[in-house]
Design a protein around this ligand. Structure first.
Ligand code: MN
Length: 212
């Protein structure tokens, strides 16, 4: 069975400075993200063991552990690619037009995403998500790695609001981290993801109508 694998960073640990320190990126990628990858693989193995022993009492707890760790792996894999050295600015093309359509303006979208990040209770994320039923972009706050996630929504841009993402550098001033990260968004990456997910249409009646 395929195992989850920690992806390499596409830039050096210090490449996102001064906005995010190299020490944070190194610990965040090599320790925190790695722990989610290992936790996901362990939960898969434990589920296999439980099935082999017909011990289905363990399944609910193991699935919760699996969802937490796989979701952590998915979100961090996105986060690393959503960021880039010397990036930021504003998106262009279809992504920019859709942000304007669905949020009113880029500035409104930015304020909305940052507010979600700032108001996370405990650990969590703020995310830009494509809703394949409504065929629109929405934002969502994510508690831990998975709860509050818009069902069927596909995250294309994620802001890690866990303390491990900023505390060594920004301490209690997390709003400064949420502002600084706008100098790092890799809009090319977000736009490429948007182009892919736009083709996901879960309004199945359209698919069925086309077939008949
Ligand atoms: Mn993190």
């Amino acid at each position: 069975m395929a195992k989850y694998v920690l992806p390499d960073l596409k830039y050096d640990y210090g490449a996102l400075e001064p906005h995010i320190s190299g020490e944070i990126i190194q610990l965040h990628h090599d320790k925190h993200h790695r722990a989610y990858v290992e936790g996901a693989n362990k939960a898969i193995e434990q589920l296999e063991e439980a099935r082999a022993k017909k011990d289905f009492d363990r399944v609910t707890a193991l699935e919760h552990t699996l969802a937490f760790n796989v979701s952590g792996h998915v979100l961090h894999s996105l986060y690393w690619q959503n960021l880039a050295p010397k990036a930021g600015g504003k998106p262009s093309g279809e992504l920019a037009r859709t942000i304007d359509r669905d949020f009113g303006s880029f500035d409104a979208f930015k304020s909305q995403l940052n507010k979600l990040a700032e108001t996370v209770m405990g650990s969590g994320w703020a995310a830009l998500v494509f809703d394949p039923i409504g065929q629109r972009l929405v934002t969502t706050q994510i508690h831990d790695h998975q709860s509050e996630m818009t069902q069927a929504g596909i995250p294309i841009m994620v802001l890690d609001a866990w303390e491990h993402a900023y505390y060594l550098q920004y301490r209690t001033e997390k709003a400064k981290y949420f502002d600084a990260i706008w100098n790092l968004w890799n809009w090319e990456d977000v736009a490429a993801r948007f182009n892919v997910v736009q083709s996901v249409d879960l309004r199945l009646e359209h698919v069925i109508e086309q077939r008949t």
